[in-house]
Design a protein around this ligand. Structure first.
Ligand code: SAM
Length: 318
């Protein structure tokens, strides 16, 4: 009974979201007409309100099925995907002013973006390529963002940029990532690693995603920087012996504290442990224990970023 009420609330919130998006779309179209631009050019894009409405029925069917099978992981994935689609739609909304665009990232003429929880940086201040190599990698990331997100549970762009920035600023030589998926966040790491002379060891349990990741690493030209370990990371990470500069945890939420316990001894002092889908108050199962672990250990200093998917960054003090 309680589960049914919960599902009813989730569905209600999502329907309300679609209504709000539709109102926003109309307001945006009016603003675009005033500017004499095609402000609603993004409608046909995956994540546009039309697409959202059209796919909503199927999405609800799938969600109901997952609920009936008590498949919590699937339900979590679907809700995360819907959140990301909504963010992508909002990024594509356009608005007065028209933000700057990077080569290979987004389209010219789109306005400033609103990302989840008030973040506007990806749209107004998009990543710019300093070289042809960076342009190529950003182009692959852009393509993955537009065409491969479905079912991949990738970090939002804002979080990818944050991963790159931290990795490059600590001069990381070795990044360990738990949860490769199709390689999206891994490629953000590689943007930094090709400059720091470092490498990425990344773990993925799902063979299909691992194979897609290999393809993506190759077409981004970063495959030589990456070792992809296929298998259960809980088991596989215990084979690691090398020092690590940055750990990124983005897999099974219940496993976060286990990954922390196994990898913290390998992290060098001054190194970082970054975790995804984190809220300061815990929220999903496993996350509360992780937050407790990184905020009660005097050897660690942790900050939380509320943008994107929610990220914690923990410093292993010197
Ligand atoms: C949220 S996705 C990772 C997204 C990725 N970091 C990105 O942003 O592109 C989580 C991934 O972790 C993988 N995973 C879950 N449990 C795992 C485990 N025990 N060992 C290795 N990978 C696991 C899932 O198959 C899934 O592809």
């Amino acid at each position: 009974m309680l589960k049914k009420i919960l599902l009813g609330i989730i569905v209600g919130v999502l329907l309300a979201g679609v209504v709000i998006l539709t109102i926003q779309e109309q307001a945006n179209a009016a603003a675009a007409r005033e500017r004499g631009t095609a402000g609603s050019r993004d409608q046909g894009r995956q994540g546009g309100p039309g697409a959202m409405r059209a796919g909503l029925g199927t999405w609800l069917d799938e969600l109901t099925k997952a609920y009936e099978q008590n498949d919590r992981e699937k339900m979590g994935q679907m809700l995360e995907e819907m959140k990301q689609r909504r963010q992508r739609f909002q990024r594509g909304m356009g608005g007065p002013g028209g933000g700057r665009r990077p080569e290979g990232m987004g389209r010219p003429g789109q306005g400033p973006l609103m990302m989840g929880r008030g973040d506007t940086s990806a749209a107004e201040y998009p990543p710019l390529s300093k070289s042809e190599e960076e342009k190529k990698i950003l182009g692959v990331l852009d393509d993955m963002d537009k065409n491969q997100r479905r079912g991949m549970m990738n970090v939002p762009i804002a979080d990818g940029r944050l991963l790159r920035l931290h990795t490059e600023s600590v001069g990381a030589k070795h990044v360990v990532e738990i949860g490769t998926s199709n390689g999206y966040s891994g490629i953000w790491f590689c943007l930094a690693l090709r400059k720091t002379g470092g490498k990425l060891t990344t773990y993925e349990i799902d063979a299909r995603r691992a194979s897609l990741a290999r393809e993506n690493f190759k077409r981004a030209g970063v495959d030589k920087l990456v070792t992809l370990v296929e298998g259960d990371a809980h088991k596989e990470v215990t084979k690691l012996k090398e020092a690590v500069d940055v750990v990124f945890i983005d897999a099974d939420k219940e496993g976060y504290t286990d990954y922390l316990k196994k990898l913290l001894p390998l992290v060098r002092e001054g190194g970082l442990i970054i975790a995804h889908n984190i809220s300061m108050r815990g929220g999903r199962s496993g996350i509360a224990d992780y937050v407790k672990a990184v905020t009660t250990n005097p050897d660690l200093e942790t900050v939380f970023y509320g943008q994107g998917g929610g990220v914690s960054v923990t410093l292993k003090k010197r």
